[in-house]
Write a protein that binds this ligand. Structure first.
Ligand code: SDX
Length: 424
């Protein structure tokens, strides 16, 4: 086995080097503190591997993304979201029989316990759907057992189908419209759309292109290795908290505008440029000005220093969907102009900032009639199989160790407690 040499305090230490199946190299520091009493420091974990994982591979320099070895471009073309769920959670693409059985399981469990419905109805209509989604998922632990390994396997299936129903019910609750229940004869994407947009006595038809556009977005959001929300799911699950609690925490982490909340922020940004008659120059100038605190939303990525392969696929799908629907969305042309201008600007080029998965996805959600405050809910629905896959892998692989990073303390050194009247 190859090793890395560390010289600290005049002493030399050898640390094992691990190499992944794609040739990635990591220095195993598990023995570091015992051997040197020193720890490493890496705020934001940009250089720190938290685990070994076999779920997803990303090469940020080359813009490569693979789920269980399959390139995202091929999966986007050849697999439905149900197949991706099976691939990520159980490790393999299903054959025809396995897919039929998996879909039966999703259909059988798609109805949500009426007790959860009563909880959902208590939320004010203006509540952000991500707040409802996270708490409803955690509340599932009050209605479905989670004590045994078998329970948790079953809960993975329950979550993969009930999250769709909870999301649609959240939308109906906000609209004050009657809730539409899931249908067992429809695929995941079309069932979600019919639950969202069917209104009694008003015909609603989903075209295959609309269904495919949503299914594609769900496929593309399936997993993305150790991102902020997935690491949160692993962290919470490492304390032996149940799957519902762990996924609920992942939803909260995803909500942030630097992560899954960016898809909603991109539309706000494009809308603002539209209100400025398409003049994106001020937006770009603000993004380059550190003092503004503004970031070009949907741009940049911790791992991708090349195009995010998902952004390229979504951009084309947005074009196709709008053409098929005969919709002209001014925000799409603004997004394209913004991308072109940024990619000719030294600031973005030298920092290798490219469009990420969130830059164009909102254009498709808009065309499908999904309201902006639901965009990140759709992201969570897509990411759910990835979260479940990582949670299961963590439970199996890490030997049950709780995740507990260390720190470098920079506060006050020891001092005496002054009596109340002594204090200034
Ligand atoms: C997702 O991790 C994942 O895999 C996430 C995700 C997934 O599928 O799970 O891909 C989904 O969350 C995509 C990212 C969505 N967020 C956004 O679009 C928000 C805007 N983007 C940025 O805030 C930022 O790019 C991040 C948060 C995505 C990444 O941040 P990093 O890696 O911490 O980057 P950084 O702050 O170290 O930036 C490096 C430099 C800095 O400038 P300098 O200090 O070197 O001068 O690039 C600049 C940053 O100021 N920069 C940007 C920028 N992103 C980085 N400047 C302007 N606009 C931006 N968007």
């Amino acid at each position: 086995m190859s090793t890395a040499k560390l010289v600290l305090g005049g002493k030399e230490h050898e640390l094992p080097v691990v190499t992944g199946s794609e040739g990635e190299v990591g220095i195993d520091i598990a023995s570091l503190r015992n051997a040197t009493s020193a720890i490493t420091l890496d705020p934001g974990y940009g250089n720190t591997g938290s685990c070994r994982s076999a779920v997803t591979f990303i090469d940020g320099e080359k813009g490569i993304l693979r789920y269980r070895g399959y390139p995202i471009e091929e999966l986007a073309e050849k697999a439905t979201f149900e197949e991706i769920c099976h691939l990520l959670v159980y490790g393999e693409l299903p054959n025809r029989k396995e897919l039929a059985r998996f879909k039966e399981g999703l259909a059988k469990h798609s109805i949500v316990h009426e007790g959860l419905r009563k909880i959902l109805e208590t939320y004010p209509r203006a509540t952000h759907p991500m707040a409802i989604l996270s708490s409803m998922i955690c509340s599932m632990s009050a209605f479905y057992p989670w004590e045994t390994e078998e329970d948790e396997q079953n809960n993975a299936l329950l979550l993969m189908t009930k999250m769709k129903s909870i999301a649609a019910f959240t939308y109906k609750q906000a609209k004050g419209e009657p809730w539409i229940y899931p249908r067992t004869d429809l695929g995941y994407a079309s069932d979600f759309l019919q639950m969202m947009f069917t209104v009694p006595n008003r015909p609603y038809a989903i075209t295959p292109v609309q269904e495919r556009a949503l299914d594609l977005l769900l496929v593309l959001h399936g997993d993305h290795e150790q991102n902020c929300s997935t690491s949160t799911v692993r962290m919470v699950g490492s304390s032996q908290a149940n799957l519902f609690a762990s996924i609920s925490a992942g939803v909260c982490a995803l909500w942030g505008p630097l992560h899954g909340g960016a898809n909603e922020e991109v539309i706000h940004m494009l809308q603002h440029i539209h209100d400025e008659h398409g003049d994106y120059r001020k937006t770009i100038a603000m993004a380059k000005d550190k003092k503004s605190g503004f970031r070009l939303m949907g741009f940049g990525h911790r791992v991708y220093k090349n195009f995010d392969p998902r952004a390229k696929i979504i951009k084309k799908a947005a074009d196709d969907l709008l053409a098929e629907m005969g919709v002209k969305d001014p925000l799409l042309s603004i997004a394209k102009d913004l991308e072109e201008a940024a990619l000719q600007d030294e600031y973005f080029l030298e920092r290798k900032l490219y469009p990420n998965v969130d830059f164009y996805s909102g254009i498709i959600y808009r065309a499908l009639g999904i309201p902006m405050n639901m965009f990140t809910v759709l992201f969570a629905m897509g990411r759910l199989p990835g979260w479940i896959a990582h949670w299961m892998e963590m439970r199996k692989e890490s030997g049950g160790r709780i995740h507990r990073p260390r720190q470098i303390y920079t506060g006050q050194t020891q001092r005496r407690v002054p009596a109340l009247d002594e204090r200034k």
